[in-house]
Design a binder for this molecule. Structure first.
Ligand SMILES: *[C@@H]1O[C@H](CO)[C@@H](O)[C@H](O)[C@H]1NC(C)=O
Ligand SMILES: *[C@@H]1O[C@H](CO)[C@@H](O)[C@H](O)[C@H]1NC(C)=O
Ligand SMILES: *[C@@H]1O[C@H](CO)[C@@H](O)[C@H](O)[C@H]1NC(C)=O
Ligand SMILES: *[C@@H]1O[C@H](CO)[C@@H](O)[C@H](O)[C@H]1NC(C)=O
Length: 173
């Protein structure tokens, strides 16, 4: 009776730790897969930065422009400013769930700003200035609760600024 209870308890603990383990494993791989998808969406990379540096044989956290948090070892910042990149942003960026800082200033990213960015509830800074984005500003960006800085200047965006943006109480710039 006591043994059965003990076995059951151990089984539950084992299952719990295995699921925590596999969750973490999935998560850093999710970050890697999101960034590799971004790399696939870059059609011109004049400095060959992503081509040579973003390789699955190197840990994601050591890739050029990528920073990870010390606690969760997940991608917290992405800075690809001024690399002269041409491409589009895949919806997969919405899977970088620990991302706080996203800087892609001074490149030639075009097409729409993916609505999936509004999944990134930890985002504090978005700087997309001086690119070639078109279409409308997704109103769902107004539901990013920690957003402090939002730069979309020097693009080809159309439409009006969604009212939801003015609702972000943390917004400073
Ligand atoms: C990738 O970039 C990082 C950061 O600049 C650098 O430390 C590393 O040596 C580079 N790795 C390769 C394989 O180019
Ligand atoms: C990440 O996002 C894309 C598209 O937004 C989705 O298709 C994919 O299944 C997501 N999940 C993982 C674990 O990559
Ligand atoms: C905009 O970015 C391009 C590179 O894509 C750069 O050559 C240009 O100087 C930038 N313009 C401004 C005003 O910073
Ligand atoms: C702004 O916030 C208020 C209060 O939470 C809400 O009622 C309103 O619908 C929001 N407006 C937009 C455009 O999201």
């Amino acid at each position: 009776m006591g043994n059965t209870f003990l076995n059951l308890a151990l089984l539950i603990i084992f299952h719990f730790s295995m699921s925590t383990f596999s969750m973490k494993l999935t998560n850093i791989l999710t970050d890697q897969s999101a960034l590799l998808t971004l790399k696939d969406h870059v059609t011109h990379d004049p400095g060959n930065i992503l081509a040579t540096n973003w390789s699955s044989s190197t840990p994601v956290c050591k890739w050029f422009g990528v920073s990870c948090g010390s606690r969760h070892r997940r991608v917290t910042a992405l800075d690809l400013s001024g690399l002269g990149l041409v491409g589009t942003l895949p919806s997969h960026l919405g899977n970088l769930s620990f991302l706080s800082f996203l800087y892609i200033t001074d490149n030639s990213f075009h097409d729409i700003i993916p609505v999936q960015l509004s999944n990134l509830q930890r985002l504090k800074h978005i700087d997309f200035g001086n690119n070639s984005f078109s279409g409308e500003i997704p109103s769902s960006l107004g539901y990013l609760p920690k957003l402090e800085i939002l730069v979309l200047s020097e693009n080809w965006l159309s439409g009006s600024i969604p009212p939801s943006i003015f609702n972000i109480s943390s917004l400073q710039v």
